[in-house]
Design a protein around this ligand. Structure first.
Ligand code: PLP
Length: 403
């Protein structure tokens, strides 16, 4: 393989659009689902809490090692309903990481609480447990760790802090379908897990969301908050007076699609993990780039975004992250900067300053502005050979740009 970078006229690792042809397009359409969708269409039983949703509720919960799953229209409403069910509201503070999608921090705002934004760990990119503890006040009621991009937050430490200070833990699992820590599924590790099934997510029905929990009362309260006060545990229970409840239901078409995807999840997750290991091996002797780290060696990772971290101290003087992006893209790998900024700098985070509290977030800014490089999960759904070549796109560029 030529060492001359494609950006300097060398032969690229992948020809134009070659990688796309070697990996599946997203979302994956499974033939077995098509006929079932037609049958459902003809049945007219399209609504929420129908046949497929009733099957999906225990099946997805089991997949994540939880007892219950409650389904909604997206993974923003799930965070909001989790907080409502936990009794969080005006005057309360909820600790969230500074690198996440805005939904994580908007959920506390929607219920009238104050999000408190803290820093992340520079290696896992998930919320830093030390920074959580520093941010706790008598008003703190909950923590929302995010299992970000491809890592699982350190739930041992987060749960220990929550127990010590009597706080609820809502895991934001929007990126982590099928991920585990110490062999237990995310979404079963805290009080509530919140999943998104939006189009780019690892499981998707174009839109959709669910909360997982091991607590029957919480599951029912979440259901009531999202299904205009109705109980799913006992339909005869009257509507709950005074509950701030919403109509956030999803349709049986979505349930059917997600239910069928479950059968493929372990295979897809294992494929991505295997590709990640191959890429990690290709990069292991290059000091200027690392892959996003796991909290624990036994974490099972889901790889929503496959994320690399530049180590600028090892990069040649005068080479910017933009130069590196351009060179990797020229090798045929589409790399991007994730959301491009910490959540509180996002153009859609137009919240007046007094409605949230931001702690020191130096690592969030360094990671988002100087270090992070992401690529899509489908990049890791090719063969071993494709994975080795993906690693080579990055290795070739970083070898050239390392001091
Ligand atoms: C970390 C995180 N949390 C929550 C959400 C919200 O999910 P949804 O788009 O389904 O509302 C997203 C969506 O991208 C996300 O990335």
């Amino acid at each position: 393989m030529s060492n001359t970078l494609a950006i300097n006229g060398g032969k690229p690792v992948f020809a134009e659009n070659e990688l796309n042809s070697l990996t599946p397009s997203w979302p994956i359409a499974y033939p077995e689902t098509e006929q079932k969708l037609i049958e459902l269409y003809r049945s007219g039983k399209w609504g929420c809490y129908s046949k497929h949703e009733k099957e999906l509720m225990p099946a997805f919960a089991k997949f994540q090692d939880a007892e219950y799953s409650v389904w909604m229209c997206n993974g923003t409403t799930t965070l909001e309903c989790a907080l409502i069910a936990l009794g969080i509201g005006p005057g309360d503070e909820v600790i969230v990481p500074g690198v996440t999608w805005i939904a994580t921090a908007q959920a506390p705002l929607y219920v009238g609480a104050t999000p408190v934004i803290v820093d992340i760990d520079p290696n896992t990119l998930c919320i830093d447990p030390v920074k959580i503890e520093e941010a706790i006040t008598p008003r703190t009621k909950a923590i929302i760790p995010v299992h970000l991009f491809s890592s699982v937050a350190d739930m041992d430490k987060i749960n220990a802090i929550a127990k010590k200070h009597n706080l609820a833990v809502v895991e934001d699992c929007a990126h982590a379908h099928g991920a585990k820590q110490h062999g237990k599924g995310v979404g079963s590790l805290g009080d509530v897990g919140s999943f998104s099934f939006q189009l780019s997510k690892l499981m998707t029905a174009a839109e959709g969301g669910c909360c997982t929990t091991n607590n029957a009362k919480l599951a029912d309260d979440i259901f009531r908050a999202s299904h205009i006060g109705n109980s799913f545990l006992d339909p005869k229970v009257p509507l709950q007076e005074g509950l701030m409840c919403h109509q956030y239901r999803m349709t049986d078409f979505q349930s059917l699609i997600i239910l069928d995807q479950l059968a493929h999840q372990e295979e897809l997750r294992d494929r991505r993990e295997r590709s990640a290991q191959i890429v990690r091996d290709v990069l292991k002797d290059i000091p200027s780039v690392k892959m996003q780290a796991s909290s624990y060696a036994d974490d099972t990772r889901a790889y929503y975004f496959v994320t690399f971290l530049l180590q600028p101290e090892f990069v040649k003087e005068g080479v910017s992250r933009a130069d590196i992006y351009a060179a990797i893209r020229a090798e045929g790998l589409l790399i991007h900067e994730g959301w491009g900024c910490p959540l509180y700098k996002s153009p859609v985070w137009n919240i007046p300053g007094k409605m949230y509290i931001k702690k020191d977030t130096e690592v969030c800014e360094d990671v988002m502005y100087n270090r992070v490089m992401c690529c899509s999960n489908t990049t890791f759904l090719g063969t071993d050979d494709v994975a080795a070549r993906v690693g080579e796109c990055i290795a070739k560029v970083m070898r050239a740009y390392t001091k």
